[in-house]
Design a protein around this ligand. Structure first.
Ligand code: ZN
Length: 222
């Protein structure tokens, strides 16, 4: 059956394309590394960055539309080499509408040490509800990365996981939320790293983490 695009698919193409500029703006990516994807709401269509295209050259039309198995439905280019990991998350976490992957430097430095980022900032309690967890070492080219992401994030408050020796994957209810989580991950990774240089950061008591998380998720904002 031939794929017929819709307004929703084209809107997601534009949104996913525009969000890649945020990865550059916040210093999360180098060269062509990093990628954003989004699920077209109410469908099994995934829109993702094409593989190996410079950020400056990305346009909505170049975004690739696939199904949950990664079959290309629409687009002239190959999807990102991380598409399989994104798809694995969409398959097993139906509540997820956006996935982001970066090798942002401070967070990836934690990944290189195989160390979760401890919850020592109120902003971390707000956004992540605790530590940013560490996922397993996994080679690209199988579903091992996707399984590691899902196994780590399922049942965890954090929308971000640091994959050992690799980098950051974040999830959100839409691609923008996943990008925000990637930006905040790098921000707290940097601050906690700096704090570490001068001594041992002080943990926040679990009951206070719970209070901060609840307030931020349910009360804060407009
Ligand atoms: Zn990567």
């Amino acid at each position: 059956m031939k794929f017929e695009t819709t307004e929703a698919v084209e809107a997601m193409r534009a949104e996913v394309c525009a969000l890649h500029a945020e990865l550059l703006r916040w210093g999360l990516v180098t060269w062509t590394s990093g990628n954003v994807s989004g699920r077209v709401p109410g469908t099994d269509y995934i829109v993702i960055k094409p593989s190996g295209i410079s950020y400056d050259d990305l346009t909505p039309e170049l975004m690739v539309v696939t199904d949950l198995e990664g079959n290309v439905l629409d687009g002239d280019l190959k999807p990102s080499s991380d598409a399989e990991s994104h798809n694995h998350v969409y398959q097993l976490m139906p509540e997820v509408g956006g996935v982001v992957h970066t090798h942002s430097p401070y967070a990836t430095a934690w990944a290189a040490r195989a160390e979760p980022i401890p919850c020592v900032l109120t902003a971390m309690a707000d956004e992540f509800g605790g530590e940013i967890p560490l996922g397993p070492f996994a080679l690209i080219g199988s579903d091992a990365i996707g399984r590691g992401i899902v196994d780590t994030l399922k049942g965890h408050r954090s929308p971000a996981v640091i994959m050992q020796n690799h980098g950051v994957f974040t999830i959100g209810k839409n691609p923008k939320a996943a990008v925000k989580a990637a930006v905040m991950t790098e921000d707290v990774a940097r601050t906690v790293h700096i704090s570490r240089q001068l001594g041992e950061p002080v943990p926040i008591a679990q009951e206070n983490i719970d209070k901060l998380y609840d307030r931020y998720q349910n009360v804060y904002g407009q």
